[in-house]
Design a protein around this ligand. Sequence first.
Ligand code: 5AD
Ligand code: SF4
Length: 477
Amino acid sequence: MELNEKDLAADLPEEETARQYHYIEKARKLVQAMGEAAGRPMTFYVETFGCQMNARDSEKLRGILLAMGYVQGETEKADFVVYNTCTVRENANKRVYGRLGKLKRLKKENPHMRIALCGCMTQEPQVVERLEKSYRFVDLIFGTHNIFRFAQLVCQMLEADDQVVEVWEGTDQIVEDLPAQRKYPFRSGVNIMFGCDNFCSYCIVPYVRGRERSRSPEAIIEEIRRLVDDGVVEVMLLGQNVNSYGKTLAQSVSFAQLLARIEKIPGLRRIRFMTSHPKDLSDELIAVMASSDKICRHLHLPVQSGSTRILEKMHRRYTKESYLSLTEKIKAAIPDIALTTDIIVGFPGETEEDFQHTLDVVRQVRYSSAFTFQYSKRSGTPAAAMADQVPADVVQDRFDRLLETVQAIARQECARWEGTTGQVLVEQVDRQDDRLLTGRLGNNLLVHFPGDLSLIGRIVDVHLTACRGFYYMGEMI
Ligand code: 5AD
Ligand code: SF4
C-alpha cells in the first residue's frame, strides 16, 4: 500500500454515503490543483443516452462533479466528458462508438481532458472488452450498479496513468443522500426502485440493471419532502416496473399505497410515474389515481404487441384481450386519462396477421402518443436465438404503417382538448419565440402561450385556443 492510500484509509468513513463525500472532498483538491495548473477552471460535460432512469443518474453525476469543483460546460470541448449510455437497442451502442471517435480527436487537442463511460452499455462484457482493447483513450469505465461510487472512481482516475475499469455484476446496495443537480428547479425524477425481474424475451434491461430492489417508502418520502422544500412541485417516480414496487421490502407496501402517502406531502402539486407493466396494474392503483388531485392524468402502459401469440413469445404475461379490458377499465374510471405506449414491430415470427392485431389495439385504445421501435436483436436475450427473424424490408414496411396510424390517432386525441382550460406547469421560454412560454399539461401535452419569465416553475390556468398537431397554442386566464 502506498503512503497516501494509508493516510486516506486512516480517516475513511465506513458508511457508504460518508465515504463518497470523503472522496468528493479529495477530488476537489485534485480538481483545484488541475485548474491552477491550467490557469482556468476545469469543466465537465455529461451526456445522457436512453431513458428517464439514465437521465436521473446523470443528474446525480452532475451533482457530484459540481461538488468536486468542476464547472458545467455546454459542449464536449470540456476537461471531463461523461457518456451515460443505453443499450436497449443496437443503434444506441453504435451511436456511442461513433461519438467516442470524435472525442478521441478532441482529447488530442486538450491534455487535461478525461473521458468516462458508464450506464447500461458498460454492463455488457463484450462492450468492456472492446473498450479495453480499442478505446484505450477512455479513462474510466464503470457500470450501473456501482454508480454511487462515482466520486471514488473519479479520484482513482485522476491519480491513475491507465484506464480504470470497475463494473459490478449486481448489487443489493441502495446508497441514499448523495448530491444531484436537477435540470429544472421545479421538477425532479425520484427513483423508487431499481432493476427489473420481468425478463421479457427481447429485453436486455434485466441483465444490465440487475434484480428488482425497492427503496423504502420512508426514504422516498423524505427525499420528496426535501425536494419540495427546495422548490420542486412535480415529481416523476421512476422504476422499470413501478407496479411491482414494494414486493422486495421486508414490510410489503403496494405502489398504490406509496402513491397515497406521497399525495399527502404538503406543497407537492403533481405526481407522475413510469413505467407501468400491464400485468401488474392493480384495481387499487386505478382507484387511487381516480380519486387523486395530484396524480397526473397520464399513464404510460407499454403494450409492445397486439398479438396474443407474440405477447406470449415476448413473455409479457398478458393477452390482447386482457390488455384491452384493462385500458377500458382505466378509461371508465378516469375519462380524461391520456394513455401512451411502447410498441415493437418485427419481433421474431411476427406475421402480417400478428401485426394487424397491433394496429387493431392502437385503433381501439387510441394512444395520445406512442414510442415505436423496430425489433433489435440483443445478444444474450432469449429472442435473439429464436428462429424466424423478420426480414428488414418487412419490418420497415410495418413500422411505416404503424407510425402513420399512431400519428393520425394521436392528432385526434390531442385535438380533444381544444377550447377547454387546463393547468400548465410552466417550463421555460419558448425556444422559437421568446415572447411565448412553454409548459406542460397534466396529460403531458405541451402548450405555448404569451407570458413572462416570472411564471416559470408555476402552475397556471391556460385556455387551449388552438391545437397544432401534437401541441397547443393557448392564452393564460
Ligand atoms: N428491440 C426493440 N425495442 C426494444 N425495447 C426494449 N428492448 C427492445 C429490443 N430488443 C423497447 C420496448 C421498451 C422500450 C424502452 O424499448 O418497447 O418498452
Ligand atoms: Fe436504456 Fe434500458 Fe438502460 Fe434505460 S434501463 S438506459 S432504456 S438499457
